[in-house]
Design a protein around this ligand. Structure first.
Ligand SMILES: [Zn+2]
Length: 370
C-alpha cells in the first residue's frame, strides 16, 4: 500500500527535474522566507523479523543514516538558525535570517537524544525539541505513541482485541498492513471516548495479548529529565507539546487551559531563559483555535508551531508558524520539500478543492431555496 505522504513525495521527481526547487530557493533567499523542519523519531532501522515500526509506516521515522545525509545537505545549502532568533526577528519586525532554516523535533523521543543530538553536535548545529508533559513524568501512557510501541512489540505475533461493544482485528500474525488498519480504527474509537478511557483501552489491549502494561510504560520511549537537562546545556531549545498530546482543537476551554499551563510547568525547568515555544499536537488547522492561542499568550509563550506545510516570511503569524514535515527523504525529495514547492502545491489543491466545495454548497442552497 502506498501512503498519501509517499504519493506526495513522488511529485518531487518531476518538480526537481523541471529545476523548480533551485528557482524557488533563489526566490526564498530574496524574500527571506525561512523553513522550519519537523522531525519525529530518528531510528536505527527495521524491527525484529524485518517488520516496519508504526512510526516508519506513518512516515514519522527517519533512519539515522538518512538523517546524517539530510544534515550534510542542509549544512551545504542553508544557514541553520535557532527558533528563538527567528521569533525575535518576527516579533521586532527585523529582517529574517538570510537563507535560514530551523530544525525542530516533536514528541521528545529518546532516540532524539541517542541518535539526533550526537549527529547535530558533529556539525555544531542546534535544534528545538517539543516534549509531552506526561512523557517526562512517565506515569501514564501517551496516545498514540504507546499504542504504536505495543503494536510494534506484537508484530508477527497473534493478535486479538475487543473493547466494550467494539470488535477489532483477530489474526494469527500481525502484519504491517494490519497495524495501519488498526491505528485508523483505534483513532476513530479514541475520538469517541474520554481521555482516561483511552488508557483503559490500551491496558485491555495489553491484557488480551499477554503484554505487561507497566513494563510497556517503563520502556525508554521518551527523553526524561536527565536527557532534557543535557540537551538544554548543549544549547538546544526545549519547548512544550501539551500535557497528554491532546487534540486541543477538540478540547473544551478548561481542558485547554490545563493542558497548556501544566505542559509549560513540565517543560519550564529545561526552557531557555525567557523563551517559551509550543508545538500543537497533530498541528493541522483543526487541532488549534483562537481559545488555544489566547491561552498560550496568557501563559507567556512566545510562539506556536503547526504542521501546516509551508515557509515563513516577514508577515508570518508567530502563533501559527508553518513547518515542513520531514520523512525518510532522499536528496531529490528533501531538496523539493525544503524549497516549499510541495507546500505551495498542497495549498493550491486545498484552495481549489475548497472553492469547488463552497461552490457546490452554494448550488445546493440555491436549489433548495423555495
Ligand atoms: Zn506530536
Amino acid at each position: 500500500m502506498i501512503r498519501a505522504p509517499a504519493i506526495v513525495s513522488l511529485l518531487s521527481y518531476p518538480i526537481y527535474a523541471a529545476g523548480i526547487p533551485r528557482a524557488l530557493r533563489a526566490l526564498n533567499r530574496r524574500l527571506r522566507r525561512v523553513a522550519i523542519l519537523n522531525y519525529h523519531s530518528i531510528s536505527e532501522g527495521r524491527l525484529n523479523g524485518g517488520y516496519r515500526s508504526c512510526l516508519d509506516l506513518l512516515g514519522m521515522e527517519v533512519p539515522i543514516g538518512s538523517f546524517k545525509k539530510h544534515i550534510r545537505y542542509i549544512k551545504d545549502h542553508y544557514t541553520v538558525v535557532g527558533l528563538d532568533e527567528l521569533v525575535v526577528a518576527l516579533a521586532n519586525n527585523c529582517e529574517l535570517p538570510d537563507n535560514g532554516i530551523v530544525l525542530t523535533f516533536d514528541d521528545g523521543f529518546r532516540d532524539n537524544y541517542t541518535a539526533a543530538v550526537p549527529a547535530l553536535k558533529d556539525h555544531g548545529l542546534t535544534a528545538a525539541f517539543f516534549v509531552i508533559g506526561d512523557a517526562i513524568i512517565g506515569e501514564h501512557p501517551v496516545w498514540p505513541h504507546h499504542l504504536y510501541l505495543l503494536l510494534d512489540r506484537l508484530s508477527g505475533k497473534p493478535f486479538t482485541f475487543s473493547w466494550e461493544s467494539h470488535e477489532f482485528l483477530n489474526c494469527q500474525r500481525l502484519e504491517d498492513a494490519d497495524k495501519l488498519r488498526l491505528i485508523a480504527q483505534l483513532k476513530h474509537t479514541k475520538a469517541q471516548v474520554p481521555g482516561s478511557e483511552a488508557e483503559k483501552m490500551l491496558q485491555a489491549m495489553c491484557d488480551q495479548n499477554g503484554v505487561d502494561f507497566q513494563q510497556l510504560l517503563n520502556e525508554p520511549l521518551f527523553m526524561q529529565e536527565k536527557q532534557l537537562h543535557d540537551i538544554c546545556e548543549a544549547g538546544h531549545i526545549v519547548g512544550a507539546h501539551s500535557m497528554t498530546h491532546a487534540d486541543l482543537g477538540a478540547a473544551g476551554s478548561a481542558a485547554v487551559a490545563e493542558e497548556i499551563r501544566m505542559s509549560k510547568e513540565a517543560a519550564l525547568a529545561f526552557c531557555k531563559a525567557g523563551f517559551f515555544a509550543f508545538a500543537f499536537p497533530y498541528g493541522t488547522r483543526n487541532n488549534y483555535n483562537a481559545t488555544v492561542i489566547g491561552e498560550l499568550q496568557k501563559n507567556g509563550f512566545n510562539c506556536a508551531l503547526t504542521t501546516i506545510e509551508g515557509l515563513n516570511g516577514n508577515n508570518a503569524d508567530r502563533y501559527a508558524l508553518k513547518r515542513i514535515e520531514i520523512g525518510p527523504f532522499n536528496k531529490i525529495e528533501l531538496s523539493t520539500h525544503l524549497s516549499g514547492a510541495i507546500g505551495d502545491i498542497k495549498s493550491a489543491v486545498k484552495y481549489i478543492t475548497g472553492r469547488n466545495r463552497n461552490a457546490d454548497l452554494r448550488k445546493k442552497r440555491v436549489s433548495k431555496a423555495p
